[in-house]
Design a binder for this molecule. Structure first.
Ligand SMILES: Nc1ncnc2c1ncn2[C@@H]1O[C@H](COP(=O)(O)OP(=O)(O)OP(=O)(O)O)[C@@H](O)[C@H]1O
Ligand SMILES: [Mg+2]
Length: 327
């Protein structure tokens, strides 16, 4: 019997791309192999700004559905929603969150305003346009890209201590110049860090076992953040001295339960589909703060999402199957 063709849509990765960009090709490889195990015939398709050509390629392939792995276009996270939007236009079904959810969650400033409006705590944040000189801001802030993911542009220098709005405005301007894109600043939450994955199940998003990211032997004064080095530079101190754990004592039961509850609320709030990951910090008083909602977290078998799924007995093809069943 002829196997159903599946298009695996992914961004064009140039030879000189950065390590975080290359990661998507690893995912294409593993998802292809999982789809083959599930009895499909997967075909990688590049998504770029030549939409007419992309459309022709996809139409010729005539896939049963598309596995959408587009996390940026031309290296820009701000174009992420083009892929699902174009697939909607072509009338094709695809994995993961739909256009609206992809757009809303990928712009962190927009997603934070949705979170705050629905009572989910997320650190207070400002952009250059919202930060007026007379706003009484003081203390530690982290400056992040509004659209990019994967800790792009993040380092110890991204956290600044300021006495007032003018100083913060100047830091934001510097960061925007350095990162060549819109940035925002957010109150720095000192505390623990957790990731909570969700995978589509019979009753919507099933919350996977939460993971804590631990910072081992960080010297005093070094900020415990998952910056670019911690994520992508295997030989760096940050990469070597961060780890992921899933075992918690009784004293953490309450925190873990509230993280799971909030993760599910985020899934429902944005109408997420397939798979997602919510990133949290938990402050010294045990209060959870949502840092961001990832509608398309990394699916590599050696990543956190697969590790959390394995704990509930799901191997990689089973994860892929759950995602497909939620189309
Ligand atoms: N408000 C905050 N307070 C403390 N640490 C923070 C805050 N915001 C971000 N961080 C640190 O920076 C890291 C990256 O931030 P965030 O998750 O918002 O960005 P990202 O680039 O989208 O990351 P991802 O790779 O998860 O997509 C976090 O994992 C955390 O360690
Ligand atoms: Mg994150």
């Amino acid at each position: 019997m002829l196997k159903k063709k599946i298009g695996i849509l992914h961004p064009y990765i140039p030879e000189k791309a950065t390590v975080d960009e290359w990661d998507v090709l690893e995912q294409v490889k593993y998802i292809s192999s999982a789809l083959k195990t599930l009895g499909f015939d997967p075909v990688p398709v590049i998504f770029d700004l030549n939409l007419e050509a992309v459309g022709i390629t996809i139409k010729m392939l005539n896939p049963a559905f598309v596995f959408n792995l587009v996390e940026s276009v031309n290296g820009r996270g701000s174009l992420i929603h083009l892929a699902p939007s174009f697939l909607d236009y072509l009338g094709l079904s695809y994995t993961g969150s739909k256009t609206e959810a992809m757009f809303l969650t990928s712009n962190k400033i927009v997603s934070k305003s949705f979170l705050a409006a629905s009572g989910i705590t997320t650190p207070a944040s400002y952009t250059l346009s919202s930060l007026k000189q007379d706003i009484p801001v003081k203390g530690r802030f982290i400056i992040k890209s509004a659209w990019e993911h994967a800790s792009i542009g993040l380092s110890q220098d991204s956290v600044v201590s300021v006495e007032g709005a003018l100083e913060l405005i100047s830091e934001l301007k510097k960061a925007q110049k350095r990162m060549k894109g819109e940035c925002y600043c957010e109150e720095y939450i000192e505390g623990r860090e957790f990731n909570v994955g969700l995978l589509a199940g019979e009753n919507g998003g099933e919350v996977l076992p939460p993971a804590e990211i631990i910072f081992i032997d960080y010297p005093p004064g070094k900020l415990k953040i998952v910056d670019y080095k911690a994520k992508w530079k295997p030989r760096s101190f940050e990469y070597i001295h961060t780890d992921r754990i899933f075992n918690f004592g009784k004293e953490d039961e309450h925190i873990i339960e509230s993280l799971k509850k909030i993760a599910k609320e985020c899934w429902n709030l944005f109408g997420l589909k397939g798979y997602a990951r919510i990133d949290f910090r938990v402050d010294g008083s045990g209060k959870p703060w949502v840092l961001e909602v990832n509608a398309n977290p990394c699916l590599s078998p050696d990543g956190g999402f697969a590790a959390a799924s394995a704990l509930i007995g799901l191997d990689f093809p089973m994860i892929v199957n759950r995602i497909i069943e939620d189309i």
